[in-house]
Design a protein around this ligand. Structure first.
Ligand SMILES: Nc1ncnc2c1ncn2[C@@H]1O[C@H](COP(=O)(O)OP(=O)(O)O)[C@@H](O)[C@H]1O
Ligand SMILES: [Mg+2]
Length: 336
């Protein structure tokens, strides 16, 4: 029983009208570990979170928290989980302390228990000094901490956090990471969704990459980096608009497909034979007369994995290359 997964889901499907938010998703999270669910906006993360938190029923498939079915045994599931969202769900007209005591009462704690639990949580999230101020006076980071605090009042076995640090400044984000790491050290099982590779890399034991409602990869951060196979050749283009040409030029070289990163104005290519790929790429680029700022070899980052595995959202009808910029390209100066 003790090696039963804390969170498990099989073939979850969920559609909203004609939008397929989840297209058959499986996940398993072992007790005391952290699964980072990594995906772009619209990938299906929140839909999965809502199903696991009993807020939404799947069309197909099933999920269990510590053995309890999220549909048939929703009550038992709610007693085991804490949910912290991207948008702080606290009452602004109450103080921090009042918010937490209210949550405790909703969990069915007696008044003195709720008070003690609130005090404990406020201390742990270093909100004691602000505890008796109305939440409306709190900074964004303090609100997010209070929201996390509210999910801890019930001392959950399983914590589900939906993009807990989206929109926070870097300092506050690191502070929140430390709280999360502390909770995990104490044995909490955590499912965390994020758009930040750095966050998944730092906090997660295993990472599942979700793209358009499907899991496209799963593994430890190191395994995912290794899946790219060796090193990465990176070519930085000097001109806007040359990325497509670079992608077709580099196709067939290296050990995988070339991927354009529009924001970084670069194309990356996985390679296992380093220098041979570098030389061949340089030759082709030179022959085509394309101006580049830099060509280099480096170890893969989680960013490369993400770019290689997920699709950039594109306007409907424009599904061509993975390299088509999502943002309109600036006016291009044409030289004859
Ligand atoms: N209540 C809803 N009604 C209609 N479409 C929805 C609803 N919730 C989510 N979707 C759609 O389902 C897809 C997945 O959304 P979501 O799970 O929120 O993704 P993420 O959290 O990864 O950004 C998106 O295309 C989104 O527009
Ligand atoms: Mg979401």
């Amino acid at each position: 029983m003790s090696d039963r997964p804390m969170i498990s889901a099989e073939t979850l499907v969920k559609s909203f009208g004609s939008t397929v938010a989840l297209a058959g998703v499986d996940i398993t999270v072992q007790r005391g570990t952290v699964l980072g669910l990594l995906g772009r906006n619209g990938a299906g993360k929140t839909t999965l979170v809502r199903i696991l938190a009993t807020l939404l029923a799947p069309d197909v498939g099933s999920a269990r928290i510590d053995g309890a079915d999220v549909v048939r045994n929703a009550h038992a599931v709610r007693a085991r989980i804490g949910l912290a969202g991207q948008f702080a769900a606290v009452d602004e007209t109450l103080t921090g302390r009042e918010n937490l005591e209210l949550v405790g009462r909703l969990y069915g704690l007696r008044r003195h228990e709720a008070r003690a639990r609130a005090r404990e949580v406020l201390e742990r999230l270093t909100l004691t000094a602000a505890a008796d101020r109305m939440v409306i006076t709190y900074s964004g980071g303090m609100r997010r901490r209070l929201d996390l605090g509210a999910s801890l009042v019930g001392r959950p076995l399983v914590l589900i956090m939906d993009e807990p640090t989206t929109g926070l400044d870097p300092g506050t984000r690191i502070e929140l990471w430390k709280f999360i790491e502390e909770l995990v050290r104490e044995g909490t099982t955590l499912l965390l969704t994020t758009q930040y590779l750095e966050e998944a890399d730092r906090l997660a034991d295993r990472i599942a990459v979700i793209d358009r409602g499907r899991m496209v990869a799963e593994g430890s951060p190191d395994e995912l980096k290794q899946r790219l196979g060796g090193d990465v050749l990176e070519v930085r283009s000097a001109e806007f608009g040359d990325l497509d040409r670079l992608v077709s030029l580099l196709a067939g070289l290296g050990s995988g497909r070339p991927v354009a990163d529009v924001r970084g104005q670069r194309v990356t290519l996985p390679t296992t034979d380093r220098v041979a790929t570098l030389l061949a790429a340089a030759r082709r680029i030179d022959e085509a007369g394309i101006q580049v700022d830099d060509i280099s070899l480096r170890r893969p980052s989680l960013d490369d994995v993400f770019l290689a595995l997920t699709t950039r959202p594109e306007p409907a009808g424009a599904a061509r290359l993975a390299s088509v910029p999502a943002e309109p390209a600036p006016p291009r100066h044409v030289s004859a």
